[in-house]
Design a protein around this ligand. Sequence first.
Ligand SMILES: Nc1ncnc2c1ncn2[C@@H]1O[C@H](COP(=O)(O)OP(=O)(O)OP(=O)(O)O)[C@@H](O)[C@H]1O
Length: 781
Amino acid sequence: MPVCVQQASKAVSTCQTAGNPPESWDQDDRSTTLDAESAESAQAEEEEKEEEQKDMEDGELTEDEVAKYLSNLGRSATGLQHVYLSLSIPRKSLKNVSILSNYIHLQKLELPNNKIKDLSCVSHMPYLIVLDVSHNEISDFFGFQPPKNLKEVDFSHNHISSMKDLSAYTCLRKLILDYNSISEIRGLEKCSSLTHLSMEHNKILRISGLRNLPLRQLYLKGNLIKRTENLQTLRTLQILDLSSNRIQSLSGLQDLHLLANINLESNMVGEIKECTHLQYLLLLRDLNLKRNPVQEQPDYRLAVIFILNHLTVMDEKPVTVEEKVLAVNKYDPSLEVVAARDHMTHMMYQHMQPQGIFDSTLPSLDTPYPMLVLTGPQACGKRELAHKLCHEYSDFFGYGACHTTRGPYFGEEDGCDYHFVQDEEFQNMIRMGSFVQTMQYGGHWYGLSREAIESVAREGLACCVHMELEGVFSLKTSYFEPRYILLIPTRIEDYVSHMKARGFYTKAQIEKAVSRIDLYTKINRERPGFFDSVIICDDRKEAYSALRQLIKEYLGLEEQEKEGRRSTGVTPQNATTDEGGESMTAKKLDANPTDTYSQNYYSKVQTRLLPQKTSAELASIHRRQQMVRDALVGKIPRAYTQLFKRYVHPVPSLLTPQSADHNEDSSSEESCTSSGLSMNGSAGVLSVGSPADGLDAGSGPKVEPLDVSLLGQNLERLKDHMEPGLSPDSSCSAPEQASPTVASSPGRPGSNAKPILPPIPLGRKAARICATADRAGRTGG
Ligand SMILES: Nc1ncnc2c1ncn2[C@@H]1O[C@H](COP(=O)(O)OP(=O)(O)OP(=O)(O)O)[C@@H](O)[C@H]1O
């Protein structure tokens, strides 16, 4: 307030002195008035000068004052005297600090928030290390002789408009020049120790003059910078703040491999793809792109997190694990995720439709509908081989034609190779729940419809289809359990020239197909059993004969041929359609019931959904296993020994007449034994079958030891599969009832079981198979 009053009175007096005289004054009076006036103004000037002088004296640092603020008593650099090393005088409106020339031993000088313009006193401080003259009125950049050890300088909030050569300041580590009017960075070339440079809120138009500096932190916030240029030599840079500039592109940052923190808030970055310039900065953890146009891009955050997957903080918000997983699932989902999504989509749309039963492909409890899938990269010959196979083994296989939105190639027929449909129709079919699986390949949709499989199944044939790897993954999530045969080219040149020769493919398509060979081989290498068989398809003829051989093994036709040739001398071609051969095939198929697929779709899903066992449950399993072990060494009453007997009751026929034909085989026993393991809840006794069945320890050759290691597992599985109120024993004692079964041998890919297709359903072969069944019935079924 006093200052204001003083200023106001000063203004009034000035105004009065400088104002024009009133017009009414006459000429005579004028001379005397002027004399008086000049005397007054001289007096006023004198007063002003005195006031200024007083002000100067106020802003002048005196020895007494210095004495008050000195601190940090220590030894002088020469080590001979005790001296004060630090002086800190903030907010004193100091203007003249020339007295400090006498304080030559100062190592730290802090004079922030004063009115200092001249710093020449620093020239007399050769040992100065830290200088803070922020918030002053300095316009002369480093206007003093260089103290050779000067390490930290703060010139922020001054009036500096240009930089000068600082080559004498080789020790300078930290330089703060925020809030000045500097338009160009220069003079720092020789500052070989400079690790921290801050020039925020200046008028810098472009980044320059930083070449090869060992900077770790660079702050250039609030300038007029448009490009992230001339930074590539700052190899040690860790923190870069370029917020509040005009940057559009992030190109130029890609070589700064130590960057951990980039602040680009309030710039003009508009494209997500700009982040790809940062994707190889593996140490980058914190990126701020707030208030950039890029924020408006859909899924901006997820996309950036996907590109820069090492980020832990983005736009000042921590990046969560969930976000990282979401980002990967969105932009580069694994084959499993794609398959799961595909399956989910089709299941959902299917369930939204009125439910109809596809009777021919309906999965039974232990035998799925038989399917054969040929897979491999595009144009490896799988389609050709599938057609050939279905033609030669037309009594066993029918070709399942997929739907596609691509147009037919020359010579392709609608309904034969594919069902060619428009995109709209394909999408409609998806929404109608028509597909089992779909995939996009080369910009077109492909899909295997339920109806395509069912129409083959209605013919009494197994369905043979071809598809890419994604289709296989998807099909594996469905209740179908096909055999998968991988056809893989190994001579890449031949493969490429074959594709070129077909004349359908662009260079990019060929490259894509070739690149996918690795994907197939990788899956085959890393997931043993994922494919049931692998056939090299460099030579189509050889590939087909390998496939043919495999199929004959699958169908059991090999032995049939041998037998047939031995007894009747029929040719292999005839053998497949020969009635005797057919019955042989049926026999072969049923003679290995341990190969049936017990883990049907529902139990698979159930198993996946089962929670982890609690410690109580594990203890229970352990107890029961112990009981069994005790029984083995005879410690337990006789009732337990029944566990180790094979159950001989015939298994209910859920399959074809062929399987009924073999119910008396040991296979049925096995199936029932494993499925019949049960816990008698009331008695707390484990039992198999009923005593009424005449089972007794040691009675007859049918008593075989049970695989004890499987016991706990089977008990648990059975428990899970049992409906409440359903007696476990009833599964065996009432064969006509379709009870849940848990077969002992899964016979799935990767198991040691010889691969065999499930029984071909009734159809074209019905008459012959019925005849076989009749014969079996007559002989004792
Ligand atoms: N339903 C499906 N699911 C997944 N992939 C499929 C499906 N139907 C076809 N495919 C595969 O899509 C790829 C492209 O099919 P397309 O018929 O256009 O190729 P192509 O050049 O004729 O090669 P190919 O001789 O292997 O069929 C092929 O590898 C094909 O096997």
